[in-house]
Design a protein. Structure first.
Length: 444
């Protein structure tokens, strides 16, 4: 992509309404524009990262055998009356009346809709286990939308729902989701710690929230510092193996890690004093097992092996896809701007032309752009007639992890410069070597 043809409305001034760094940088880097309180347009750069996160979430869900689908944003109130949540949900629910006078709502979540789909189509235990998920916009009329996409009113969520014959099967689905989430967050360049959470109106002991530690997080958390050494890494896992998934769950949840809602001073005191930590965290996901709550209320039963109808055991599992952009930036930035992890970067690298209009330099940049593209990479070439300082500032702000700088002086010696956004370190090499280097970083 040529920057001169792209739409990247970078702001010079720091917007005064933004209180936290991720919100400031998302506005300044031209990633989002507020449409109304807590509702955003996703400008091209922000949209690219959002899509990249979605792709990773899809890949990891499908790796575990979960099936993608898409449910609507607008739902009928009748289903929510069946579950009893139409009245319970309160003012966070955006209620709408259509021209026929029917009560509708903009879905804040999808348990009712998916249960309705399930009961209409599945009647035998032989069709279980089943996990369906989608990535869809949600609306919650939050009292205080703030911090940009972190606490929006309209936001993108991956929500998945498992249907199982027994509690044991449903707990395996729970553990399996925990594993998929660990992998997903690590691929996004994040450490998200599963913490024992409060079931809220859903109830039950089986719920974990995934938290990214950050001073600007809205949750208060308490944990054993040993937990931050755990890495899921690149291990192969058989998602059908109850033992393997259980082992990961116990590895990642046996140390003390809780949100303030479930924090227990007496338990926490058992952690050696030098490992006790309290901090702030951003909730980027949550998993639940809630048994037969919805299946009983809505008549989602299957015929069991003995021919008798049994209500299915269910769980729901959410990832805050749009909130993740904010969380990643909170975890990865410096005073010049964003530093994207390679897994989610909107462009693989930037190309900065130090002498736009100089025939040799322009030609070198163009052939670099072609070579990178042929290697399966997507570079952003800053071909504007701007001073070098301005080009560097833009690249630093938008946070591409790698930059190739091309100027007449280097070209005379047959080299370009490759710079890491994270370390700031530069290395001179031939253009061919630069392409090979970037390709290798991305495994191309
Ligand atoms: P919170 O406690 O932050 O209000 P929640 O527990 O109500 O969130 P869930 O129902 O667990 O949210 O939704 C799953 C995920 O969706 C959350 O873990 C979070 O990452 C994301 N999410 C929830 N509310 C918002 C919001 N208002 N804006 C952006 N993302 C959100
Ligand atoms: Mg939650």
């Amino acid at each position: 992509m040529r920057l001169s043809r792209y739409f990247l409305p970078v702001l010079k001034e720091t917007p005064s309404e933004a209180q936290i760094v991720s919100h400031r940088y998302m506005l300044r880097a031209g990633m989002i524009k507020q449409a109304s309180a807590g509702i955003y347009s996703w400008l091209p750069l922000g949209y690219k990262v959002l899509r990249r996160i979605e792709e990773i979430v899809h890949e990891e869900q499908q790796r575990a055998g979960h099936i993608p689908m898409l449910m609507p944003t607008i739902q009928s109130a009748d289903l929510w009356r069946e579950s009893g949540r139409y009245d319970d949900y309160g003012q966070e629910m955006l209620r709408i009346t259509d021209r026929q006078g029917r009560d509708m709502l903009f879905g804040p979540t999808n348990e009712e809709l998916i249960t309705d789909i399930f009961r209409a189509n599945v009647s035998s235990y032989k069709d279980l286990p089943l996990t369906l998920y989608h990535i869809q916009w949600k609306f919650r009329d939050e009292m205080r939308p703030r911090f940009g996409v972190m606490r929006g009113r309209e936001f993108l969520m991956k929500d998945g729902y498992n249907f199982d014959l027994t509690k044991e099967d449903a707990l395996h689905a729970y553990n399996r989701h925990l594993v998929t989430y660990l992998r997903t967050y690590e691929r996004l360049g994040l450490q998200a710690i599963p913490m024992r959470a409060d079931g809220g109106p859903i109830g039950g002991d089986y719920t974990h929230e995934f938290l990214v530690l950050a001073d600007t997080g809205e949750s208060e958390v308490f944990y054993d510092s040993d937990i931050t050494d755990l890495k899921f890494g690149d291990r192969a896992i058989d998602y059908d193996s109850v033992e393997e998934c259980e082992a990961v769950l116990s590895e990642f949840t046996s140390r003390y890690a809780r949100t303030d809602e479930t924090h227990d001073e007496a338990e926490f005191a058992k952690v050696p004093a030098e490992r006790q930590r309290s901090a702030r965290g951003i909730e980027v996901g949550q998993i639940f097992y809630f048994g037969t709550k919805y299946s009983e209320a809505m008549g989602a039963t299957v015929q069991g092996p003995d021919g008798k109808p049994v209500p299915v055991h269910m769980g729901s599992h959410g990832i805050g896809v749009s909130r993740l952009l904010g969380a990643i930036i909170e975890a990865s930035h410096d005073d010049k701007g964003i530093i994207w992890p390679e897994g989610v970067t909107p462009f693989h690298c930037g190309i900065v032309n130090l002498r736009q209009g100089d025939a040799d330099t322009d030609a070198a940049c163009e052939s670099l752009e072609t070579a990178l593209t042929n290697a399966g990479l997507e570079p952003l070439y800053d071909d504007r007639n701007e001073r070098a300082g301005g080009k560097f500032a833009t690249m630093d702000l938008i946070g591409l992890p790698w930059r190739i700088t091309v100027g007449p002086r280097g070209l005379k010696n047959g080299v370009v410069e490759v710079t890491s956004r994270r370390t700031g370190e530069s290395e001179e090499m031939t253009a061919e070597a630069a392409v090979a280097r970037i390709a290798a970083i991305y495994g191309r």
